[in-house]
Design a protein around this ligand. Structure first.
Ligand code: ZN
Length: 207
């Protein structure tokens, strides 16, 4: 049997993710199809990051399938291999935790991420923070958008010196965010002292 080319493998990942995310939409006012998100992440990795690694592309395209669809670890393992699965798992939140615990965990676990997972994390935060600026989810208050950007900056602060171009692109978005949302992103200090944290009597909002 003919060995699949890198192009074949990428197309296979795109088709798999498109099917898994079928019917899901992003939170912007236009309700963009969900698949536009992992594709934008993969494109940022190539075009901004200059990373040309098929493993990274495949994991980027699949990065939200386990977290947000019915995809199982076994499906990814059988179709894309153990290496891709492990990277996808590194960037998959544990949905048994509440929203605030998941946000905190992303910051605290970021330094442990492998290089491919860091690249995906950088591109994912670039795309998500860009979305929050350019086409914010309906109903989000100014403060909620600020908190999201601050949280993204906190995660990225933990994985600096991974890819200069992606980090510069992220910093550019932070600069724009500070202007558009009229606030100052704070340097990361301690996980208990974050502006996006919440008082114990408040119910964390899903996003
Ligand atoms: Zn994502």
């Amino acid at each position: 049997m003919k060995q699949p080319t890198e192009f074949d493998q990428l197309m296979d990942a795109i088709i798999f993710a498109a099917n898994k995310h079928q019917g899901q939409v992003r939170k912007d006012a236009d309700h963009s199809p969900y698949i536009t998100h992992p594709l934008a992440v993969a494109r940022a990795i190539a075009e901004i990051g200059g990373v040309g690694d098929t493993l990274v592309y495949k994991a980027a395209i699949l990065h939200d399938t386990i977290e947000d669809t019915n995809t199982t670890e076994e499906e990814i393992r059988l179709r894309f291999g153990e290496e891709v699965l492990q990277v996808v798992l590194e960037v998959t939140d544990d949905k048994s935790l509440n929203k605030m615990e998941r946000k905190q965990r992303q910051v605290m676990h970021a330094p442990n991420l492998s290089y491919p997972a860091r690249i995906i994390k950088l591109a994912d935060k670039i795309i998500n923070c860009q979305d929050i600026l350019k086409s914010p989810p309906e109903g989000w208050t100014l403060q909620r958008r600020r908190d999201y950007i601050q949280w993204g900056a906190d995660v990225i602060s933990q994985i600096r010196s991974t890819n200069e171009a992606l980090e510069a692109a992220f910093d550019q978005i932070i600069t724009e965010a500070e202007e558009i949302l009229d606030f100052q992103v704070q340097p990361f200090d301690s996980i208990d002292q974050r502006p996006w944290g919440f008082a114990p009597n408040q119910v964390p909002q899903e996003d």
